[in-house]
Design a protein around this ligand. Structure first.
Ligand code: UD1
Ligand code: CA
Length: 427
């Protein structure tokens, strides 16, 4: 059965209180909220529609740059979640498959959960399935209202709920599976007779019941997965949940995390066995770390980093978009950006790859071949290549390529003035 995803990302995100960034582009460890949702569906859907509206251009640019298979559909003005989904109707007039609807602000959902949700929908021969979960504190979520026989009745939003309904702990996760040809006509029949004057997507449940369609709920056990991001507080909490989940995965796979409370590692980082991650290390974006490495304490990997086996990235070292080959040490207080480091390279404390020209805004590459040794406090002014086995003396400012096995030294000769101090005192 063909599956297409519709991801709602047009809302203003008022509660984020952000002027510059649309809600779905706020990030958790280097990846946007929307990115998480797109990554979780891209392996099993044939097409993704992202509904954009508020800051549409930015969201569209992001989707185009990172997810070439996804298409954006403009919703303007934004009249509610039901109105948002109706924007895809012209594209799916004759579509006979399944439509999976998700919100761009729910990044913790797992791919496996979505697959199980769709399997449930299929096995029940369901026309419409909504994902629900039980929250101890259900405030702000839509409540699932059931009939006396426990079958679904409708969803009531917080703002429309009476006291009795507010006490219900089963909430709408905002994720739906639709037998499209059976449900699509609902979108021309939604009404705005609710507290927010919006077209609510949630009303398709009662609509489906009225049409005598097969409507079901899939109750998710791990309610963390549908935690929605509406505020900066939610964003911090979601980052914590995500991080805990990631660290547990690494530890189970044989990575030592010395202090899980102060270590942050993104979902898209791979780490080999017997690597040790020391406290206060922050690893964001997509990275690959080999076996038997030592990372940190206080290291910062900013994405696009490949670290091979037996590498040391020590304290206060920042690495971005670089490859560090096996048996190489970057021990202390260094910045390695847009660089390629060979094997058995040693980087002295305080070495900087000067990769960025702020006038031209151009970033350039530093290449250090196998067995290169860089003395402490050196600056490698990119673009620059240091060929195999060459040494750079401490304090070197390297603006030209260095040939293999040679010494590059930029120091002025050391002068020692004998008895200088004594002469000052006797004056
Ligand atoms: C929604 C659900 C609620 C559910 C909760 C789960 C409705 C009416 N309510 O509430 O039952 O418990 O999600 O997280 O559906 N959006 C658009 N266009 C619009 C309005 C919203 O694209 O016109 C997008 C937003 O960008 C967001 C998503 O839809 O990604 C959900 O909107 P939001 O305002 O956050 O809805 P909630 O109040 O959280
Ligand atoms: Ca929300």
């Amino acid at each position: 059965m063909d599956i297409k995803a519709v991801i709602l990302a047009a809302g203003k995100g008022t509660r984020m209180k952000s002027e510059t960034t649309p809600k779905v582009l706020h990030e958790i460890m280097g990846k946007s909220l929307l990115g998480y949702v797109l990554d979780n569906v891209k392996n099993f859907v044939s097409e993704e529609f992202v509904i954009v509206g508020h800051h549409a251009q930015e969201v569209e640019n992001y989707v185009k740059a990172n997810y070439s298979n996804a298409r954006t559909v403009l919703q303007t003005p934004q009249l509610g979640t039901g109105h948002a989904v109706s924007m895809v109707c012209p594209y799916l007039e004759d579509y006979e498959g399944t439509v999976l609807i998700l919100c761009g602000d729910t990044p913790l959902i797992k791919e496996d959960t979505l697959r199980a949700f769709i399997d449930f929908h299929t096995s029940k021969n369901s026309d419409l399935t909504v994902m629900s979960t039980i929250f101890d504190n259900p405030t702000n979520y839509g409540r699932i209202i059931r009939e006396n026989d426990n079958s679904l009745k409708c969803i009531v939003e917080e703002k429309d709920a009476n006291a009795e309904q507010k006490a219900i702990k089963e909430v709408n996760a905002g994720i739906y599976c639709l037998n499209w040809s059976k449900i699509k006509s609902a979108f021309s029949q939604l009404k705005t007779n609710n507290a927010q004057g919006e077209y609510y997507l949630t009303d398709i449940i009662s609509w489906g019941k009225e049409q005598n369609l097969n409507v079901n709920a899939y109750i998710l056990e791990d309610s963390d997965e549908i935690y929605g991001i509406n505020s900066r507080l939610n964003l911090a909490q979601a980052t914590k949940i995500m991080n805990k989940r990631n660290l547990e995965k690494y530890m189970i796979n044989g990575v030592t995390i010395v202090d899980p409370d102060s270590t942050w590692i993104s979902e898209d980082t791979e780490i080999g066995q017997d690597t040790i991650i020391y406290p206060a290390t922050y690893i964001e974006g997509k990275n690959k770390i080999g076996k038997n490495c030592k990372i940190g304490p206080c290291a910062h990997l900013r994405g696009g980093v490949e670290v091979c086996d037996n590498v040391k990235v020590g304290n206060f070292v920042e690495v971005k978009k670089s490859k560090i080959s096996s048996n190489t040490n970057v021990g202390h207080l260094s910045y390695i950006g847009d660089s390629e480091l060979g094997e058995h390279v040693n980087i002295g404390a305080g070495t900087i790859t000067a990769n960025y020209n702020p006038l031209t805004k151009i970033k350039s590459k530093t290449v250090l071949k196998d067995n290169v040794k860089i003395g402490s406090n050196s600056v490698l002014v990119a673009p620059v290549t240091v060929e195999e086995g060459a040494n750079v003396g401490a304090g070197g400012i390297i603006t030209k390529d260095v040939s293999a096995w040679s010494l590059a030294i930029t120091r002025s000769p050391l002068k020692i003035v004998a008895d200088w101090v004594k002469m000052q005192i006797s004056k």
